[in-house]
Design a protein around this ligand. Structure first.
Ligand code: GLC
Length: 431
């Protein structure tokens, strides 16, 4: 640890010796608890890549870094208004925001002292959007998580991995100590200059995966530094593996825990708080052609199904190069917000239901209150799995009683005729 601190040029003292096994602090345990109660957060993928309108991986697909980096000089998001963003996110019922502070293109969305390739020194805009966002989050009571890319397609000291081979870097100049020190100093800036950060959300580990040459990312020391700098800050890593020592959240990408349609989420489910990230449309960063937004019903049902598995949904928006959120994204936020205002009681601070998702939907619970989320009923009644014993049931929206009967060992809930709704919620009292 001391070597790391020296290499990273960090003037820290009083750091506890590295423990063999990670023991989360009381503060981090409290963050985990808050986080798990939140259930819904908004992901923001924003950087100079939005100028090209080709998504956040554009640099990987051909341009040379020195040409690409010129976009910084054209980045003037005049419409950026942190209060408006956070307001819209809060009205949507989201409880936290996770923003890309530095994506794979290496551009820093805060005023880093490490280089000029950042939002303040490198653009005509010259405003520290992270500062503005962090202050606004604090003002409006929204927790802030920071996405930080481990990999970098621009810096020559980053030891090249599986991606970013065509950006014109001289791979022979790789220098891990230099790169690691750079990252740790940047993380220190983020954790000391922007108020309370509830999580650092890493991405890019997979650039050097175990099938390639073995690679040591030196994560334990980095995680320990984070936990030391802000004891309540959680560590998350989108490595698509079961959690590593020192992590506080388990992430799934584009799939609910236990499902793996996108091929990124085959890992076992741990006992840590769970989060799945997904997009409103196709890709993460703003992309001109990507207007294929999921409708609000799909998004609401995804959130409900995540809650039914005890997981949070981190739902992504790619802000436009002018600094505004796309109109369709704003309208989805409004619709989700309207739904959560009515039904949030059955989502926030709930646990996964006592049985896995069924063909008709899923369930969440709070103590002995069981919420059946009936989204795709096949008949007018649903059969609860054997062993799920309920005393009585009512329609959550109206409080009207709902008939319950028995069929062999199963309780049967007779559904009221409510027509076509996103989610018919039946509240049951469990035995
Ligand atoms: C992937 C992509 C990245 C995106 C992230 C979000 O790992 O590399 O562009 O930021 O997923 O989950």
């Amino acid at each position: 640890m001391r070597n790391l601190i020296a290499a990273a040029g960090l003037a820290l003292s009083g750091i506890p010796a590295m423990a063999d096994a990670y023991v989360p602090s009381a503060e981090v345990l409290e963050s985990r608890e808050q986080f798990a109660a939140d259930r819904f957060g908004i992901f923001l993928h924003w950087g100079i890549y939005s100028v090209f309108g080709q998504g956040e991986w554009y640099l990987n697909y051909g341009p040379k870094a020195d040409e690409y980096m010129k976009a910084a000089k054209a980045f003037y998001p005049a419409q950026f208004d942190a209060a408006e963003w956070v307001g819209a996110i809060k009205d949507a019922g989201a409880k936290y925001v996770c923003i890309t502070t530095r994506h794979h293109d290496g551009f820093s969305m805060w005023h880093t002292a490490e280089n000029d390739y950042n939002i303040v020194d490198g653009t005509p805009f010259g405003r520290d959007i992270l500062k503005e966002l962090s202050e606004e989050c604090e003002r409006q009571g929204i927790a802030l998580h920071l996405y930080y890319s481990h990999l970098d397609w621009v810096r020559e000291d980053y030891p090249q991995g599986r991606t970013g081979h065509t950006t014109g870097r001289d791979a022979s100049r790789a220098d891990w100590d230099s790169y690691y020190g750079f990252m740790n100093r940047q993380l220190k800036e983020l954790l000391t200059g922007y108020g309370p950060i509830r999580a650092i959300w890493f991405d890019g580990w997979w650039d050097h995966d175990e099938d390639a040459v073995p690679f040591d990312w030196h994560l334990p020391e980095q995680y320990e530094m984070i936990h030391h700098l802000q004891p309540s800050c959680m560590v998350a890593n989108n490595h698509h593996q079961a959690p590593f020592e020192g992590e506080d959240i388990q992430i799934f990408e584009r799939d609910l825990p236990g499902e793996n349609t996108a091929g990124l989420s085959g890992q076992d489910i741990s006992r840590l708080p769970l989060e799945t990230c997904n997009t409103m449309n196709g890709i993460w960063g703003y992309r001109l052609e990507d207007q294929n937004y999921k409708d609000s019903r799909t998004l609401i049902r995804y959130l409900v199904r995540a809650a039914g598995m005890g997981a949070n949904l981190l739902l992504n928006i790619g802000p436009q190069p002018d600094g505004s959120l796309p109109a369709t994204a704003l309208s989805r936020l409004k619709e989700i917000g309207g739904w959560l205002r009515e039904n949030g009681e059955t989502i926030y601070a709930t646990q996964a239901g006592p049985f896995p998702a069924q063909s008709w939907g899923t369930s969440t619970r709070k103590g002995d209150r069981l919420f059946l989320h009936v989204m795709t009923p096949e008949t007018g009644a649903i059969l609860l799995p054997e062993g799920v014993e309920i005393r009585r049931a009512k329609e959550f929206a109206t409080g009207r009683g709902v008939k319950v009967s028995k069929a062999g060992a199963h309780h049967v809930v007779h559904l009221p005729d409510v027509g076509d709704v996103d989610d018919l919620i039946i509240e049951c009292e469990m035995k």
